[in-house]
Design a protein around this ligand. Structure first.
Ligand SMILES: C=C(O[C@H]1C=CC=C(C(=O)O)[C@@H]1O)C(=O)O
Length: 373
């Protein structure tokens, strides 16, 4: 993907320090940036994913809804495809507002994480998770963590976005900013719901191995296969309640940056698109980011993980019941402030999991964003 002109570059970077809300995103296997811009007022705050029924706009929901982390919908006052149209839209917008961009809108500054403390904390939480798996309270739990580091002085969110587009053709790349959510950049491999009219698609994505150079490893351990099978079974049962003519493909090995995952595609038909929010609410959080049994795992994570996931493992993407919808799970993402980047990553834990392997997996997942800084 090419860089847009300097003026637009600056404008987009400045918008991440403004009270305005926008999302810039690029779908997998396309080279087309798409801008969704809300020109006035606050974004719509939603009570739950179900409140998305009938709505159109760019969605960002947290893993767990709180006053600090609300689900939001960016109203698409302007939608522009390709840099040329994006430039025109942004120039028109910039000339219509009188606003001094400052860092104060994106300055909930965070402390950098101490690497050793982070590892020790992860080990403690891991042992809590593994005990609850060994005593069969849970079949699967997803344990995650975050890590904050200082940004270089000349960091540009748009440059990071473009690098992600160029490095990760298979992923959905997003740069999203609202005053409520802050600024997030992500590169996610996981669709939660996409489609239009009657044709719909979701995936079960789980199990992780590093790429071997340019070779995709395809020999999956039993742990990885079981981990992914739990997700598939959950999605199969959920989709059956909403859709017809379910068709499944997989599991097969799918690349995501320098990692590979096991993936099953689910294609199905929906009679109408009036209840997309209900479907998302039922699907989310899938055992790919939460655990089984779902409700109990969700509460266990909230009470034991030891930090707030914020928008990591929430939903991000474009929703349009009258047109095409492309909603993703917000993975391989980072939250940007003026001076810091906070990375997020997790992994599915089964009773057979070991702490070193799981820690290493979160490092590799965080590298997806680290590599574009
Ligand atoms: C929870 C994450 O990944 C999910 C998606 C693919 C593979 C996963 C795994 O192997 O654990 C996770 O379920 C993450 O990237 O933080």
């Amino acid at each position: 993907m090419n860089l847009p002109g300097t003026t637009i570059h600056k404008l987009i970077d400045n918008l991440t320090r403004s009270p305005f809300s926008f999302a810039l995103y690029r779908l997998p296997w396309t080279d087309e940036p798409i801008l969704v811009l809300q020109e006035e007022e606050d974004v719509e705050v939603l009570n739950s994913p179900a409140a998305l029924n009938g709505k159109r706009g760019f969605v960002m929901t947290p893993f767990h809804q709180t006053e600090e982390y609300p689900a939001v919908l960016i109203r698409p006052d302007k939608v522009a495809h390709e840099w040329e149209n994006i430039s025109q839209s942004l120039e028109a917008f910039a000339s219509s507002i009188s606003f001094e961009f400052s860092s104060s809108f994106n300055s909930k500054e965070k402390r950098s994480t101490n690497a050793q403390e982070a590892k020790e904390k992860y080990e403690q939480v891991f042992s809590r998770f593994i005990s609850s798996l060994e005593d069969n309270t849970f079949k699967k739990l997803v344990l995650s963590r975050n890590y904050t580091q200082a940004l270089e002085g000349d960091f540009s969110p748009l440059t990071a976005f473009i690098r992600a587009c160029n490095n990760y053709p298979r992923m959905m790349i997003s740069l999203c900013h609202t005053p409520q959510t802050g600024t997030w950049i992500g590169s996610t491999p996981e669709i939660i719901l996409s489609g239009q009219d009657t044709e719909w698609h979701t995936v079960a994505l789980a199990g992780t191995m590093p790429m071997q150079g340019e070779i995709m490893p395809t020999e999956w351990s039993e742990k990885n296969q079981n981990e992914q099978a739990f997700v598939s079974e959950y999605i199969r049962q959920t989709v059956k309640r909403f859709g017809n003519k379910l068709k499944e493909k997989g599991p097969y090995t799918a690349r995501a940056g320098q990692l590979v995952h096991l993936k099953t595609d689910f294609h199905f038909e929906l009679k109408d698109t009036a209840h997309l929010g209900d479907i998302v609410q039922e699907l989310h959080p899938t055992p790919a980011v939460c655990g089984l049994p779902k409700e109990e795992a969700y509460h266990f994570i909230l009470n034991n993980e030891g930090y707030n996931r914020a928008y990591y493992t929430g939903i991000i993407g474009w929703l349009d019941p009258q047109g095409e919808t492309t909603l993703y799970v917000n993975l391989r993402c980072m939250n940007i402030t003026d001076k810091t980047a906070t990375f997020y990553a997790g992994g599915g834990i089964l009773p057979s999991s070991t702490v070193e392997t799981e820690w290493e997996e979160t490092q590799q997942k965080m590298n997806t964003m680290r590599n574009i800084l």
